[in-house]
Design a protein around this ligand. Structure first.
Ligand code: NDP
Length: 402
């Protein structure tokens, strides 16, 4: 077990034995943020909401602010500042605006745990700030680890900050590792639903439109991760996320398609024994687990019923059709700034696809060409990650003429 995993298990115990845990939700207006607020609403004796942030959804942020009276709200889009400020004028909530404010607020001391639920690269800087401020991280924002996992986890280790995964698969692995501090992991098995286009081939995918790709069979999520799930890029991002969270080599990470999403992921130990974590697909469970860790909280979420079991299926991912997974594995193996470049190109490609500017399969071309073009750096500094991200975005956007 890695040093970071030991910190995850050790440090959180002291936090939960105090009174209410003070929560900062970065990305409170998103799919994860809203579900986290539902979890907190059912456990107001255990949690208080201190900070809420949004990008531009002022209406929902105001609603959340009026309802929960947090200490602070941040709206990243500065043009919305006055509207939010006026709407919350009758409350004690402090209102800030702008990208820099996200970092400044992350550096404050008024909270115990940051739920990092901003989507994409935008989540990296506030999360780094929270880590340097010694705050526990419940990590949904996988792109943070894809872009700069080495630096993020090194900083967390130095500050003895637990990084508790929220992503279902990583939460499953984390849960399987409880009590296994002295045991070596042979490999982990990340399960993937396969998304809405499981079994489809390129002649079908070439005509796929955004509305179709946004229909995930098992999960309701934000638009970007839903498209990533349809292209299998999400599973690639998760492989890289797992490498950093659990200190694994690429060879220790396997992906298996499991369309029912009941087994959330598995750990195989060196004696061949496999532990799995199971349940119905419901993000509230890993969110609640990360917020409350190391305790489990009673809830009334729907339960999986073995008496109504349908078959659980497993198959190999179709890497010939879903080439984003191949690109992600390439960047996982090569390391350096390649995952950062891939992530930036993918964010641009998904953005363009969601606006009907490019087709489903063209997303892969944009990512592949950007990965070939942007300068490879074996051991980037944080500034070099920022520069690689910018360079990759510019190259990918120019290609699409965004
Ligand atoms: P959403 O798109 O639903 O929400 C994203 C949140 O981030 C919103 O609050 C949004 O604000 C905010 N945001 C977006 N861009 C910026 C920006 N540039 N600066 C500041 N804030 C910004 O995403 P999800 O909730 O689906 O996903 C969040 C993260 O969690 C992603 O990294 C995703 O991969 C991960 N995740 C999500 C799962 C899910 O079930 N949804 C499952 C596992 C992981 P606004 O609303 O104003 O735009």
């Amino acid at each position: 077990m890695s040093d970071q995993t030991k910190i995850q298990f050790a440090s959180s115990i002291s936090t939960t034995e105090q009174n209410k845990k003070r929560i900062a939700i970065f990305g409170s207006t998103g799919s994860i943020g809203v579900q986290a607020l539902n979890v907190i609403a059912g456990n107001l004796d255990k949690f208080s909401v201190e900070i809420l942030t949004a990008h531009s959804n002022d209406e929902l942020l105001i609603q959340q602010g009026l309802h929960l009276c947090p200490n602070i709200v941040v709206i990243a889009d500065e043009s919305k500042y006055l509207k939010v400020k006026e709407a919350l004028a009758t409350t004690d909530t402090k209102v800030f605006a702008g990208e820099k404010a996200l970092e400044e607020v992350a550096a404050m001391d008024c909270y115990d745990l940051m739920l990092a639920a901003i989507v994409g690269y935008a989540g990296l800087k506030p999360t780094l700030k929270a880590i340097s401020n010694g705050k526990t991280i419940a990590l949904a924002n996988k792109e943070t680890l894809v872009v700069a996992g080495d630096i993020v986890m090194r900083n967390a280790l130095e500050k003895r900050v637990p990084v508790i995964p929220v992503d279902t698969e990583h939460s499953a692995i984390f849960q399987c590792l409880v009590g296994e501090a002295r045991n070596r992991i042979e490999k982990i098995i990340l399960t993937a639903s396969g998304g809405p286009f499981l079994g489809r081939k390129t002649n079908y995918l070439v005509n796929v439109k955004r509305e179709h790709a946004l229909q995930h069979p098992n999960w309701t999520m934000g638009a970007k991760i839903t498209i990533d799930s349809a292209t299998l890029m999400n599973k690639g991002l998760e492989m890289i996320e797992a490498k950093w969270l659990f200190n694994l080599s690429p060879q220790q990470i396997q992906v298996v398609i499991h369309p029912q999403s009941i087994i959330h992921s598995m750990v195989q130990f060196e004696d061949g024994s496999i532990k799995a974590q199971m349940g119905l697909p419901d993000m509230k469970l890993p969110i609640q687990y990360a917020l409350a860790f190391p305790k489990r909280i009673k809830n009334d979420f729907p339960r999986y019923d073995f008496k109504k079991v349908n078959t659980l299926n497993f198959e190999e991912p179709d890497m010939k059709t879903f080439r984003n997974l191949v690109l992600a594995i390439e960047s996982l193996n090569k390391g350096g700034n390649l995952p950062c470049i891939m992530n930036a190109a993918n964010e641009i490609a998904v953005y363009a696809f969601l606006r009907n500017r490019i087709g489903f399969l063209e997303m892969t071309d944009v990512i592949e060409k950007t990965m070939q073009k942007v300068t490879f750096i074996t051991k980037p500094t944080l500034d070099e990650y920022f520069e690689s991200d910018g360079e990759a975005r510019t190259y990918a956007a120019d290609m699409i003429r965004l």
